[in-house]
Ligand binder design. Structure first.
Ligand SMILES: NC(=O)c1ccc[n+]([C@@H]2O[C@H](COP(=O)([O-])OP(=O)(O)OC[C@H]3O[C@@H](n4cnc5c(N)ncnc54)[C@H](O)[C@@H]3O)[C@@H](O)[C@H]2O)c1
Length: 269
């Protein structure tokens, strides 16, 4: 390992179990010398195994519903107390759509569910950024990263209203990135990750077909959660200090491929 995050402190949202992208990222950040507080929604604490991760990485856990400003305020205040100062990195690795969970087709969206999913998956990122900004909680050259998916740019029918949520999330990274850059010298980016077998990923209908298709379309193959953790570490490190307001594809090349030889062969008589 390279000690890329030695002396750096942060908050990691969204580690549910060992498949979670946030779980793998926490392990990699720990290996690179970073210190952090882990957080997740109170209900996820009961379902998941976050205690195991906390023990392994010497992290404290502070529960917070990322849609609740009081919870976020408490989290940021306590994280700075525990870690002994301002933060250098924050990972937002949160997503949930009630319409997807309940198998409601996009054309029949229940708008109460749409609003709930939007709040959790997209607006929560604005809330996290706003609480960090108002508390002046980030060190200069700090880095804030959220995870997204390419359905924000192109249609994947079963991704449902999460596509709209991701488009909104990516826009927040640009808009808040402007103010965070100007006022605090802090980076804000999204990583657009390949389909990945996690609890959230597998909630999408037809996920198995979808992940195999992406694998066949990507010249380098799908990016794994572990590889996403590596990429995130690079964005938290000092090696990427002028990268901000970007949506960064981490997908083995999928997003720039029209069709691959393997896919053509499937359709050739
Ligand atoms: N898995 C994929 O195929 C894939 C692809 C691209 C992007 N992503 C994105 O990666 C991120 C992480 O998802 P994952 O695939 O690791 O799945 P995951 O299910 O392991 O993680 C999702 C997390 O969101 C948390 N969460 C839900 N509601 C919350 C709330 N109100 N407050 C705080 N936390 C809450 C869950 O508890 C869970 O830990 C999500 O933004 C997801 O959309 C996933």
């Amino acid at each position: 390992m390279y000690n890329l995050l030695k002396g750096k402190k942060g908050i990691i949202f969204g580690a549910l179990d060992e498949n979670s992208i946030a779980w793998k990222t926490a392990e990699r950040v720990f290996e690179e010398g970073g210190k952090f507080v882990l957080t997740n929604a109170p209900i996820a604490m009961r379902m998941g195994k976050i205690n195991e991760l906390a023990q392994k990485t010497g992290a404290e856990i502070i529960p917070a519903d990322a849609t609740n400003i009081d919870d976020l305020q408490n989290l940021v205040t306590k994280a700075m107390e525990i870690l002994g100062g301002k933060l250098d990195f924050v990972l937002h690795s949160i997503g949930m759509s009630v319409n997807v969970r309940k198998n409601i087709p996009y054309t029949e969206s229940n708008y109460d569910f749409t609003l709930k999913g939007w709040d959790v998956s997209a607006l929560s990122f604005h809330k996290v950024c706003q609480v960090l900004y108002k508390n002046d909680a980030m060190n200069p050259w700090g880095s804030i990263v959220a995870l997204t998916y390419m359905a924000a740019q192109r249609t994947f029918p079963d991704y449902n209203d999460m596509a709209d949520n991701k488009a909104y999330l990516e826009s927040i990274a640009r808009s808040f990135g402007y103010f965070f850059g100007k006022d605090k010298k802090v980076r804000v980016n999204t990583i657009s990750q390949s389909p990945t077998p996690t609890t959230a990923g597998q909630g999408v209908k037809g996920f198995d077909g979808f992940i195999s298709y992406a694998e066949k379309m990507s010249p380098l193959g799908n990016a794994t959660a572990q590889e996403c953790a590596d990429y995130t570490v690079s964005l938290f490190s000092d090696l990427t200090r002028k990268v901000t307001m970007q949506n960064l594809f981490h997908d083995g090349g999928f997003s720039n491929v029209g069709v691959s030889q393997e896919v053509i062969e499937q359709f050739s008589k």
